[in-house]
Design a protein around this ligand. Structure first.
Ligand code: ADP
Ligand code: ZN
Length: 199
């Protein structure tokens, strides 16, 4: 019997760690496991998924969701797919097809973008999934649970692949949709003008 599990939340919330935890358990249960990640995400390693806490697991790189079907060994029982937000709408159909053919599909990805908008194809994946887990990070401003990914560098692009320091986790209260005003960035803070003295 196949099914779809989704792990979603902001950056730094432990999605990759949770994905790896589930995949490790599947391996302990002697299930056949394959792990996929999108070619776009080559930040830390070409052939591994890597968490921000430096946990690693071997993975295969694909440039589209369809390619998962091509690279699939049909003896595989459990599939892990990281960074699902890089795959586009095609992933929904592919995941459903895999689950229909008896595979356990575990998908991790961002649920919202840098403006706080739902990040495709996550909303549709949540609808077709049997199980949904939302992970939260710690707000880097105040320490509360954080559901947002704050972009710290200026760009209108939906995807800016995480250069170090380009993003941080923020809670609902501290989140500033889009790029925060440059004054709030320490390194870009303009010198404070001396108050002019009258008298
Ligand atoms: P995700 O896949 O959601 O980006 P990862 O699984 O790669 O998250 O990384 C989670 C790890 O990141 C945590 O276990 C912790 O070591 C580290 N980390 C760094 N910044 C934060 C933060 N603001 N909140 C929580 N964890 C953080
Ligand atoms: Zn906060």
């Amino acid at each position: 019997m196949g099914w779809i599990e989704v792990v979603c939340g902001p950056m730094f919330s432990g999605k990759s760690e949770e994905l790896m935890r589930r995949l490790r358990r599947a391996k302990i249960a002697r299930k056949r496991v394959q792990v996929f990640k999108p070619a776009l995400d080559d930040r830390y390693s070409a052939d591994e998924i890597v968490s921000h806490g430096e946990q690693r697991m071997k993975s295969e790189v694909v440039s589209s969701a369809k390619e998962i079907l091509e690279k699939l060994d049909w003896r595989t029982q459990v599939l892990g797919i990281d960074e699902s937000n890089f795959f586009g709408p095609e992933l929904v159909e592919v995941a459903a097809q895999l689950a229909d053919t008896g595979k356990q599909v575990i998908i991790a990805g961002l649920d919202t973008d840098y403006l706080g908008r739902p990040f495709p194809p996550m909303p549709d994946l949540l609808c077709v999934a049997e199980s949904i887990t939302k992970t939260l990070a710690i707000c880097m401003r105040c320490g509360n649970p954080a559901k947002h990914t704050q972009r710290l560098v200026e760009s209108e692009d939906l995807i800016v692949v995480g250069a170090a320091g380009a993003y941080e986790a923020r809670c609902r209260r501290c989140f500033e949709p889009g790029v925060p005003k440059q004054e709030s960035l320490d390194f870009a803070r303009p010198p404070v003008p001396e108050p002019s003295r009258t008298k």
